[in-house]
Design a protein. Structure first.
Length: 136
């Protein structure tokens, strides 16, 4: 299960044959996000396990998950934007049903991320899933 917005993102990526073009597109996704409020860049919202600094602020609104985030690395900001596209607006049960690795694989990202970035992505996914699990 993925959001309609994520399906659109998959379609965009299908037109990008070159990994460098996909990489740039991920970065552009991050640049297009609204900045995370500085007041939310606190240790409690920091994601451990990432090579760069990452903050995720998630909350439930009207029964659906919504989160924002920020990173000091452009590619990680892009990954946050991709995860937002994948998860925002889903119910907690829907979030827990998403196979995020498989969905990210549809974008061709899994095989091109460094081990550190892959670990960081896993940590971000787990943070989102933990937030959803607390709301079930």
């Amino acid at each position: 299960m993925a959001t309609a917005e994520f399906e659109e993102l998959v379609e965009d990526f299908e037109f990008l044959d070159d990994w460098e073009d996909r990489y740039r597109h991920v970065i552009d996704q991050g640049k297009a996000m609204d900045a995370l409020d500085e007041a939310l860049r606190v240790p409690a919202l920091k994601v451990d396990g990432c090579a760069s600094q990452v903050w995720l602020h998630a909350e439930m609104k009207d029964g659906a998950l919504h989160f924002d985030g920020a990173s000091d690395a452009m590619i990680v900001s892009g990954l946050i934007a991709v995860l937002r596209t994948l998860y925002n607006g889903l119910t907690p049960e829907e979030v827990l049903a998403v196979d995020a690795r498989a969905q990210m694989g549809r974008l061709g990202l899994n095989e091109h991320l460094s081990a550190q970035r892959s670990n960081g992505l896993t940590a971000m996914i787990e943070r989102v899933r933990e937030t959803a699990a607390r709301s079930v």
